[in-house]
Ligand binder design. Structure first.
Ligand code: IPE
Ligand code: IPE
Ligand code: MG
Ligand code: MG
Length: 356
């Protein structure tokens, strides 16, 4: 079983993977969160099976049932509780919409990446072809928007619709910089903010909106979610360059093959350039990928990237509002650093672990 994924078809929140064992375990095992996620799960299942076309239902349900940590809806539930709101029907539906958008975006992402495997299983594009995968992904994004407007509220629907816009823009920006060795840190940051951090931000913000939190608390939780989302994507990018395919449940080094100059690569480059240049080429072989990965291991990429993430974790913590519920406060406070430490353990660099 892969270290970084949930492979079970039926979701088992009690089963920790290595990624969860530190950073996410507290969040995903909290009894109130587990209870809320059960409800979210049946809402997501209903929504993903709600097309008039059985083929779409089968495809969308397959994606939903293939696993996934449910990290974003867990953040929605935690934020609601942090702001004094017991998750009600609206919060549960908002969390389900967030997960449906995430899952739909993965379907599109796999299509763009020509990925054959996710969560240890075949992707929709590899199984059904690009056309069907494209429209099933569309269905999932659109269905989330419809549920948000009919069953949550207009403000929440607006947040989610704006997030899908950002997601598309972030993914688009990535394509404009493929195979561009001059991609800048700012450009990579803008892309990952749109494609990943925006949905983490929205996961927290929709709960704050449902909780009728003050504008300041909304902004604080949104900033927390965004910073954590950035950490999450940057470490996913780092793992692509440092972990094995078996650990990931998706092919390692895929970003290199796709020509993505991810942030860890950009951050490492200044040091790396003194020894020679990395230049990603179209159609590089597995051997060439392995050679680049080996060269990268000689750089300070891991250290620099972890340092960068620690800065974001500090910002996430500083953004958190006053939280009355001590347990939820502890979970949200420890999540960014604990997650960074879990990744450090996964890539076997214990010396980089920090408790602060
Ligand atoms: C994968 O996200 C996509 C990225 C933003 C890196 P997750 O790792 O949260 O995906 P699942 O839902 O748990 O498979
Ligand atoms: C995350 O980017 C994709 C989305 C936010 C939709 P990646 O391309 O890095 O995600 P993985 O590595 O395929 O899971
Ligand atoms: Mg991808
Ligand atoms: Mg990735």
């Amino acid at each position: 079983m892969g270290l970084l994924r949930k492979t079970s078809a039926s979701l088992r929140y009690g089963t920790a993977t290595a990624t969860q064992s530190g950073g996410m375990d507290q969040l995903l095992r909290n009894p109130a969160i587990v209870n809320g996620l059960r409800k979210v799960e049946s809402r997501v299942a209903r929504l993903s099976g709600s097309s008039a076309l059985p083929g779409i239902n089968a495809g969308a349900s397959r994606v939903i049932n293939s696993g996934g940590k449910r990290l974003r809806p867990a953040l929605t539930l935690a934020t609601a509780m942090a702001l004094g709101k017991t998750p009600d029907r609206r919060v549960i539906t908002a969390a389900a919409c967030v997960e449906l958008i995430h899952a739909g975006s993965l379907v599109h992402d796999d299509l763009m990446d020509r990925a054959t495997e996710r969560r240890g299983a075949a992707t929709l594009n590899s199984d059904l072809g690009d056309g069907k995968a494209l429209v099933i992904g569309d269905f999932m994004l659109a269905r989330a928007g419809l549920a948000a407007i009919t069953s949550v509220s207009r403000p929440v629907a607006e947040v989610l619709a704006a997030t899908v816009v950002e997601l598309a823009e972030g993914q688009y920006l990535e394509t404009t910089d493929l195979f561009n060795p001059r991609r800048t840190e700012a450009s990579a940051l803008r892309s990952i903010t749109g494609k990943t951090a925006a949905l983490f931000r929205a996961s927290c913000l929709v709960a704050a909106v449902c909780a009728q939190a003050s504008p300041e608390d909304r902004a604080r939780m949104a900033a927390y979610g965004e910073r954590f989302g950035l950490i999450f994507q940057i470490l996913d990018d780092l793992l692509d360059l440092t972990a094995t395919s078996e650990q990931l449940g998706k092919p390692a080094g895929n970003d290199l093959k796709q020509g993505v100059y991810s942030l860890p690569l950009i951050l490492s480059k200044a040091n790396f350039l003194t020894n020679g240049d990395i230049s990603l080429q179209r159609g590089i072989s597995d051997e060439q990928v392995a050679a680049i990965l080996a060269q990268l291991r000689q750089t300070t990429m891991v250290e620099t990237t972890i340092e960068y993430c620690r800065g974001l974790a500090a910002e996430a913590l500083a953004a958190l509002p006053e939280i009355g519920d001590h347990e939820i406060a502890g979970i949200l406070r420890s999540l960014p650093t604990a997650y960074i430490n879990t990744i450090i353990r996964t890539i076997n660099r214990p010396a980089l672990t920090s408790t602060s």
